[in-house]
Write a protein that binds this ligand. Structure first.
Ligand code: USQ
Length: 398
């Protein structure tokens, strides 16, 4: 199948591209390198050095003999999106090409507006271009479990059957997201659902939990194929951060009580879920939602798991309850349904002691690159004017 990966230079995009190429698909990657620019802007970088996209594509060709097509362009430019679709003619598009960080979207007014304009207009351009150029193509869109928030009832996969005043209907599950970033994904979901309805596009919205992990079978084939791994407050996710903190003796940064429960999944399962969605496409006009995670933990449980393993490896580890910079529930009910990907054949890689050990050991060689001052930098959800750190004077994305 011809598969175009948007955001193909990113943490998940690049490993997905390699994996699908290895399965024999014709893969193209498109990226505008915005993530690399935001990293420069905030003075953060992936812990393990990564090559340029072009170098990685060449290395992949050298190692496997498989070609990956690459396109450079910004999804906010409609003409670019349309020409990329005309040039590549994808049968499936995997869309990771968005600003992915909740803290980034909460730094200040500029970043909030940027995140929503970037994510929503990029996806809207894509929908229009698909309608015009490849209306039969399947859009696999990366959404987030954070679209639902943490309601006091079970979360369904996208839709809920409701009885109201004696009448019944199946409606989109209520969304109560917790950041301007998560809100951008909600807005995307509405736009995609509408496009499927009116133009008969087909889409799978993958409401993904928090991803952890560094390697996949493909990144391990050659050091030049590594993907970006972040541990800083803005782009690092909980478990990845805790592994690096444990390694360098930084008290693990559990925000508040640590009872915040989330769905988690291994990076290898992200890729497999995307593949399963592609191999089992929706029909024309169908918009479906899969909840994409394999197990739930609260943040304190995760920190304790990492601390225990790191201590066994000889590291001195403390778990600290840092002041919570976010506005979120710190103790709550959380029971999301997640059966659709399992029904399609997903065999999860659950979090294990061995995996935590391997993550800590893997980052050890790069310990000297850790910048302690980017682990906590004070981005608050309710900061007073002037209180938030301004990492640069330029506006994001300008
Ligand atoms: N947390 C801590 N300490 C930390 C970092 C995070 O206690 O050092 C807590 C947060 O307060 C939150 C939870 O851990 O309650 C998850 O935070 P996170 O930074 O690991 O993940 P989040 O901001 O929710 O965003 C990440 C990805 C995003 C994706 C989302 C899936 O960056 O792209 O959409 O996970 S989900 O969380 O299911 O919405």
């Amino acid at each position: 199948m011809r598969i175009l990966i948007l955001g193909g230079d990113g943490y998940l995009g690049w490993p997905t591209a390699m994996y699908l190429s290895k399965q024999g698909h014709a893969v193209g990657v498109l990226d505008n390198f915005a993530k690399r620019r935001w990293e420069l802007e905030l003075n953060v970088e992936p812990l393990i050095p990564i090559r340029t996209l072009h170098d990685r594509v060449s290395a992949w060709k050298e190692v496997t003999g498989q070609a990956i097509d690459s396109f450079v362009g910004d999804l906010r430019n409609y003409g670019m999106v349309e020409s990329a679709l005309v040039a590549f003619r994808p049968e499936a598009i995997v869309h990771y090409g968005e600003q992915p960080s909740a803290p980034y979207s909460m730094i200040d007014h500029n970043r909030a507006v940027f995140t929503q304009v970037n994510n929503i207009s990029g996806t809207l351009n894509l929908l229009w271009a698909m309608k015009r150029v490849v209306p039969r193509c399947h859009l696999v869109k990366l959404g987030t479990m954070g679209e639902y928030g943490t309601p006091n009832i079970d979360i369904e996969e996208g839709f809920i059957e409701i009885e109201h005043k004696g009448r019944r209907d199946t409606l989109p599950f209520p969304c109560q997201p917790g950041s301007f970033y998560h809100l951008s994904k909600v807005h995307d979901s509405h736009n995609i659902r509408f496009a499927c309805k009116v133009w008969k596009l087909a889409s799978t919205d993958l409401n993904q939990g928090v991803v952890y992990g560094i390697d996949t079978d493909e990144t391990q084939q050659d050091e030049r194929l590594a993907t970006s791994f972040h541990y800083d407050e803005v782009f690092g996710t909980a478990l990845n951060r805790f592994c690096v903190q444990a390694l360098i003796g930084y008290p693990l940064t559990v925000y508040g009580k640590g009872g915040q429960k989330r769905g988690f999944l291994n990076i290898r399962d992200t890729i497999r879920c995307v593949e399963l969605a592609i191999l089992n496409p929706p029909r024309a006009g169908e918009y479906r939602v899969f909840n994409q995670f394999t197990e739930t933990f609260n943040v304190l449980q995760l920190a304790e798991l990492v601390a225990t393993q790191a201590r066994k490896l000889g590291h001195q580890v403390e778990v600290n309850h840092a002041e919570n910079p976010r506005i979120e529930m710190e103790e709550h009910y959380y029971n999301p349904t997640h059966t659709k990907l399992l029904d399609l054949g997903l065999t999860p890689h659950f979090l294990s002691d061995v995996l935590i050990d391997s993550m800590i050991n893997r980052v050890e060689a790069f310990k000297h690159r850790v910048k302690r001052d980017i682990i906590l930098r004070g981005i608050k959800w309710n900061a007073e004017a002037g209180e938030v750190e301004k990492p640069s004077r330029s506006s994001a994305g300008a």
